[in-house]
Design a binder for this molecule. Sequence first.
Ligand code: SF4
Ligand code: SF4
Length: 423
Amino acid sequence: MLTVTDRPVTEGAAATGEVSPEALLRRCVHCGFCLATCPTYRLLGEENDSPRGRLDLMAQFLDGGPSGPEALRHLDRCLECRACETTCPSGVAYHRVLAQVRPRLAVRHPRPLHRRLLRCLLGRLLPWPERTAALLDLAGHFAFLLPGGLRRRLPPRRLLPRRPPPAAPDLLVLGGCIQSVTHPQTNRDLATLLAAGGWSLEELEHPACCGALNAHLDQRPLAEDHMKAWIRTWEQRSRAVGRPLGILAVASGCALHLREYGDYFATDPAWGARARAFAAAVRDPAELVTPDQVRGLARHSPWRRLVFHVPCTLAHGLGTGERVRALLEAAGFTLLPDPDPWRCCGAAGAWSLLHPRLARRLLEARLARLPLAEADAIVTANLGCQLQLASGTDLPVVHWVELLGAAQVRGAAQGTSAGRRSR
Ligand code: SF4
Ligand code: SF4
């Protein structure tokens, strides 16, 4: 029997424990190395839209110095991509400072009313699949009224009949709040891929959301509701099968958030230990699929030449980008050279809806340097990137799980029909 403890925890998994923002800020030596990789600094060229500038703004606020709505505007423009953390030689945990300071700044200097309303609306709609589905249906009916750019960004709604769960699964997979409405097939493809390695997977319909959307919108109580629901469900399901189940999410943004539950509840006596146990059970799908399992699958795919867009959450959070690359290469795909392999596409969860013009410019900058003319498709690992990239190109944009899972199904079907023909 396979258990999740048979597999290694990804290197770079988040350390738990909450450190004061003042202590974290003291690590910054103002060298400015992070500026070169910050998407908003590269785009806007403003010190206050760079990691160093934002850290200074937060330090000023904590010191009781001048701060105001303008400072919050610069912090809100941050994509939380963590490229700065990968570049920083001093190990400044920028996202931890931001997560602790920005909500306090927003209480002192509330955002303009229209911004608060939009954030409130997004935080109360998107994490619930039934609400997102209703919203997409409504938008579909009135698409002719929408501006062209927005119309193009609307993903189609897809429905799949649910399948009965296995009696004793090894792993639970997040259904996904938006994913379950727009890309329900990806979890099916994941089940197919993992079954080849002997893993059985149960998809959870509820809770659907990992809490990341609300957390990034500084809506902590809502985020905690989703997170506690997940911890409770995992504990109950693990008790029912008599061993700790592994936890998966195919969207790398969700997987990273699940893996950091321990940080969110670090100082909570009731939930801290439970959240840490939960986080330790989270795996990235790329840790469970092996190159041998997928070898040669590219011959069953309609596409061969791919651009691999590595999501920020994979590159700077989970650290599994190279594993995905190795799987794609083992499958026989040709990965075209990417001159900016870590460049953000401007999705960043709800960020692209809050900052549509900046998101569009980041997307155009990302696409402009990719060898799209030679590619058959773009492959990535995060739903947000998938939707964002698809809004700017006519090429198919697929999740690597979808690509390999579909190739495996096609390969099996071809093998079966070839077998029938030869009989
Ligand atoms: S998280 Fe990304 S956008 Fe935010 S400061 Fe760091 S590099 Fe810039
Ligand atoms: S965050 Fe790191 S890379 Fe950026 S200025 Fe500070 S020490 Fe230098």
